[in-house]
Design a protein around this ligand. Structure first.
Ligand code: MG
Length: 279
C-alpha cells in the first residue's frame, strides 16, 4: 500500500512498461495511475508490467478506462463521444470495462477510474435513470473482483454528481476528484465542491487550468499552481476533510516540458503537504 499522501503521476505503460516506470522512478515518484494499455493485456505484457513494478518498486493505484472513439476537442464533441453516455458505443464499452477490470485484477489493482460522460443535470431527463442503471451494472461487475469504480469529476456540477452517487447507491462507487476539470468545463468551483463530494473522494488528479473564454470550448490546462484552481487552498481543504490517498499529478502534454512541469508540481505538492499536514 502507498504511503498516505504519496505523490503519484498519471503515466502510460505502452509500449515498454520498464522504460515508462524507470522514467517515473527517475522523477522520485512512487505511485502511478495508468491508462489501460490494450497492447500489453496478454500473458507476456502482464509479465513485463509485473517485472517492471517489482524492479522499480512503483505501485499502480488506479487503472483508467479510456474508450476508442473518444474526443475531447470541444464540449459538444465530449457530449457525443465520451464515456458511457453515447448510446451507440455503450455496450461495447461496458464489455471493455470488464476486460480492463480483469487486467487490473491480474495486477492486484483495486481501483478503476473513468470519465463516464455528461451525467444529465436534470434528474427528469430520460437518460438519467438509464445512466444510473449503467453505472450500477459497472459497479456490480467490478465488485466481483473486489474493485472500486471511480468517477472522474468535471463534466457535471458537484451537486449533480452528489445526487447521481446517491441514486447509484453502490458501496464501491467512488470519486476521482480533478479540480482542473471543473474549471476547464466551466462547471463548478473545485474548493467548494470538496464540501459536496468529500466523503466519496478516494483519489485525485493534481491538475490546474483556466476557465473557458468561449462558448462550447474547454478552458486550457496550465502547470500546477498557474491556473485558476488555487491549488494551495484546494490542497489545504482536501487535507482538512481528511483525504490521505495519493496525490496524482496529471499534466496532459508530452516531452521535456511535461517532465519539468511534473517535477515542479511534485515540489509544490510536497511543500504544501508539509505546510498543511502538521508534519
Ligand atoms: Mg483528470
Amino acid at each position: 500500500m502507498a504511503e498516505p499522501l504519496a505523490i503519484g503521476v498519471f503515466a502510460g505503460l505502452h509500449p515498454d512498461p520498464r522504460a515508462a516506470l524507470d522514467a517515473v522512478r527517475e522523477l522520485g515518484i512512487p505511485t502511478v495511475q495508468v491508462s489501460y494499455p490494450a497492447s500489453l493485456d496478454n500473458v507476456e505484457g502482464i509479465s513485463q508490467i509485473k517485472d517492471a513494478l517489482d524492479a522499480t518498486g512503483i505501485e499502480i493505484t488506479t487503472v483508467f478506462c479510456g474508450f476508442p472513439g473518444e474526443s475531447y476537442a470541444d464540449i459538444p464533441t465530449v457530449h457525443d463521444t465520451v464515456g458511457l453516455v453515447p448510446a451507440a458505443t455503450r455496450d461495447e464499452r461496458l464489455k471493455l470495462i470488464s476486460t480492463i477490470s480483469e487486467f487490473a485484477a491480474r495486477l492486484e489493482v483495486e481501483r478503476l477510474g473513468a470519465h463516464i460522460g455528461f451525467i444529465p443535470e436534470d434528474p427528469n431527463d430520460e437518460l438519467y435513470p438509464l445512466i444510473v442503471q449503467v453505472v450500477q451494472r459497472v459497479c456490480d461487475d467490478v465488485a466481483a473482483r473486489e474493485q472500486v469504480f471511480a468517477l472522474e469529476t468535471g463534466q457535471e456540477t458537484a451537486a449533480t454528481l452528489h445526487r447521481f452517487i446517491g441514486d447509484v447507491a453502490r458501496p464501491n462507487l467512488s470519486v476521482n476528484f480533478d479540480p482542473a476539470n471543473m474549471i476547464l468545463y466551466g462547471n463548478d468551483k473545485p474548493i467548494e465542491a470538496l464540501d459536496v463530494l468529500g466523503q466519496w473522494i478516494g483519489s485525485v488528479h493534481c491538475k490546474d487550468g483556466k476557465w473557458p473564454t468561449a462558448p462550447n470550448q474547454l478552458g486550457h490546462e496550465t502547470p500546477l499552481g498557474e491556473g485558476d484552481v488555487d491549488i494551495a487552498a484546494w490542497l489545504q481543504k482536501l487535507l482538512q476533510i481528511g483525504y490521505r490517498g495519493p496525490l496524482t499529478i496529471e499534466r496532459e502534454i508530452s516531452g521535456p516540458q511535461q517532465r519539468q512541469d511534473i517535477l515542479q508540481a511534485k515540489q509544490l505538492l510536497q511543500e504544501l503537504v508539509a505546510k498543511h499536514s502538521g508534519a
